[in-house]
Design a binder for this molecule. Structure first.
Ligand code: WTA
Length: 639
């Protein structure tokens, strides 16, 4: 496999970018020719950002799994597609060649089909990081079902909300998942979720942890039994279902500034072309290399750069079940050496948490196979960038700082490893097909360099969000209405003297905690579920390891136990409602919240206090009761 569309020099990047914005149809039409289509498209692109209505490769017919699996078989069938490293270093790793992965995806596609799953049906996948998760995802795509993967850290309530929103009738899960020293009982969480979801017809359960589970007759079946049935029939191949280019491939829920997560919908063809293109170009993947993306497939990064991008490119994708710090903080480095990893793609929060252990865990590790390092998910601070460069890359590996979002499907702004210039803490330049711009709060474009503003994108790239599931208006309102005719990212950015972009963080009420997106309104809703809570307000504050921590101001009615116990009660409520990832780091009990006369909470003030500023809180004269601010500032939590 070689990639005719791989860009190999800065000049080539510049001319590709120019061509891509002047003639997007010509540009992407040419890239798309290198994929396997059942029927070629009639039109490369038609769009408007008003509705929005975006169609790429209209009239084209395909199945993404033929591009990720079948087309590699003849020449690369014995190449490793997935290398899987288990949580516990003493357990054996697994390697699935393209041939084997193809076989397993076909088997499981039969299982899905035998259990009633058809084209367009929604299948929720709630599993740990095991190869069967990738197999389930691909099997859905093969039968034309729409997968919706839910990260293993979400609670039963969050799962139920998502199942209801997607009206998902099928679930694929595990008895449990191993993560570090923990054993998470996934099936039992699903059982709790299903109390509120009587429409679910089938759950298919894979055995991983041997945790006891309750299997309900008529609803729950074992993965292994179902596979056995396919084996008895002699494992016939499963003919991939032909999909329209614009048919939905998956839904992935993500947080916005409202209390309810949105189901971001991606379409088959555009998503395939763009994740492949960006995988090959950003990381400059060379056939035979091992690509290790440390994300969970429950997030977009795992979808695009563990599963679809690498596999559509015939690459070897390494999947890791565990966490970077267990059994010790050398776990990543051991994996890199064990499999001679060439590309390591991780999050700043992981880098910072490893930095905190000092250089000890790096001692005796070779890391000489590494060629490219990548980061994603949040702004990387200078110190973490330098540490990554110095101690992991040994100043020998370009670092790609890849900026993108669940809604963008693939990387939009990033340097290309060793091909375009890098600059610490800067995502740098837009990839071909991407036209970023900065606007002020009135929607006026801010031109020139050395400026900052709200980051927007002018025209569609192939994997732009198509809709929010079941509610197109919400998609329009969220992304395409703040600035007419533009896609608004929700991020702020600056552009330096070279035109390089640096993403400064969210400008809406979305937090980024350890690279996970969480809406403040979601956390507030969860806190308010606690019986004693009258009202709450949540803001982010800078956190050394997580990037942002969650600071909650809570008005509590009657304290029965001590404050500390009540804090723990609230935390466990949030865990129960959303999941452990949304637990507040700090809870301050307050008597009142700073509100304007119209009843709006002045978050700006709360944010300042959470950040440690207690003096210059700005204008408080418009507040209903300015004195609450002093009380809050006095009671600020410092630890
Ligand atoms: C942030 C993750 C700075 C940003 C792929 C964005 C980043 C949000 C970067 C999307 C980066 C992602 N530099 N910030 N390289 N990458 N972000 O949807 O705020 O989980 O809007 O997608 O993460 O998070 P999401």
């Amino acid at each position: 496999m070689s990639y005719p569309y791989q860009i190999e020099s800065y000049e080539a990047y510049q001319s590709a970018w120019k061509q891509s914005v002047e003639d997007p149809e010509g540009f992407w039409g040419k890239v798309a020719e290198h994929f396997q289509w059942r029927r070629k498209w009639d039109k490369v692109l038609s769009w408007n950002f008003r509705d929005p209505d975006v169609k790429w490769f209209e009239g084209g017919r395909l199945n993404i799994t033929e591009n990720c699996l079948d087309r590699h078989l003849e020449r690369y069938g014995n190449y490793p597609a997935i290398i899987w490293e288990p949580n516990h270093p003493d357990e054996h790793h697994r390697v699935l060649t393209y041939q084997q992965l193809h076989f397993k995806v076909n088997q499981f596609a039969h299982v899905l089909h035998n259990n009633g799953v058809r084209k367009g049906d929604r299948v929720c996948i709630y599993m740990g990081m095991i190869p069967e998760l990738a197999i389930a995802v691909l099997a859905c795509a093969r039968v034309g079902a729409i997968h919706s993967v839910i990260f293993g850290g979400f609670s039963a309530q969050s799962i139920a909300d998502r199942l209801q929103d997607a009206q998902a009738e099928y679930i694929v899960t595990c008895d449990g998942a191993f993560r570090g020293g923990k054993d998470i009982p996934l099936k039992s969480v699903i059982d709790d979720a299903l109390i509120a979801c009587p429409f679910v017809k089938r759950t298919i359960v894979f055995t991983r942890t041997r945790t006891p589970v309750s299997m309900i007759k008529g609803r729950d079946v074992w993965w292994e039994d179902e596979i056995h049935k396919v084996e008895t029939l002699g494992n016939p191949p499963f003919p991939a279902v032909e999909m329209d280019a614009e048919d939905p491939l998956f839904i992935l829920y993500t947080s916005g500034s409202t209390g309810k997560p949105k189901g971001v919908v991606h379409a088959c063809a555009g998503y395939m072309v763009y994740t492949n293109y960006t995988f090959v170009n950003v990381f400059q993947y060379k056939p035979g290399e091992v690509h290790f993306c440390t994300a969970d497939i429950g997030w977009i990064t795992g979808h695009s750069y563990i599963v679809y991008g690498p596999l559509s490119a015939g690459a070897t994708s390494l999947m890791f079940e565990g966490i970077p710090t267990w059994p010790d903080a050398g776990r990543f480095w051991d994996i890199v050496d064990k499999f001679r990893v060439n590309i390591l793609y991780t999050a700043p929060t992981a880098i910072r948490s490893l930095m905190a252990f000092g250089l000890g865990p790096l001692q005796g590790k070779q890391l000489d196979s590494l060629r490219v390092l990548g980061t994603v998910g949040e702004p990387i601070n200078e110190e973490a960038w330098q540490w990554y460069n110095e101690h992991v890359g040994k100043r020998n590996c370009p670092i790609v700082d890849t900026w993108w979002q669940t809604e963008t499907g693939g990387v939009l702004i990033s340097n290309m490893a060793g091909v375009t210039p890098s600059k610490p803490t800067y995502a740098t330049l837009p990839l071909p097909g991407v036209e970023p711009l900065l606007v002020d709060e009135h929607g006026q474009e801010i031109k020139g360099n050395n400026v900052s503003g709200n980051l927007c994108i002018r025209s569609p790239w192939p994997s732009v969000i198509r809709t929010t599931y079941g509610d197109h208006e919400r998609c329009q309102k969220n992304y395409f209405s703040a600035y007419p005719e533009l896609y608004f990212t929700g991020d702020g950015a600056m552009r330096d003297e070279n035109g390089f972009y640096r993403i400064t963080g969210r400008v809406d009420d979305v937090l980024n905690v350890s690279g996970h997106r969480i809406g403040t309104a979601e956390v507030e809703n969860a806190i308010n579920m606690h019986a004693g809570v009258v009202e709450s307000a949540v803001v982010g504050y800078p956190h050394d390891i997580k990037g942002q921590g969650i600071y909650a101001y809570v008005i509590f009615s009657e304290m029965h136990g001590d404050e500390e116990l009540t804090r723990r009660d609230i935390t466990s409520t949030v865990s129960r409602i959303i999941g452990p990832i949304a637990k507040p780091d700090k809870i301050q009990f307050v008597k009142g919240l700073p509100k304007t006369r119209s009843g709006k909470i002045m978050r700006r003030i709360l944010r300042k206090i959470a950040e440690g500023e207690t003096e210059n809180l700005g204008d408080t004269t418009t507040l209903l009761d300015p004195s609450v601010v002093q009380d809050i500032a006095k009671g600020r939590l410092t630890h």
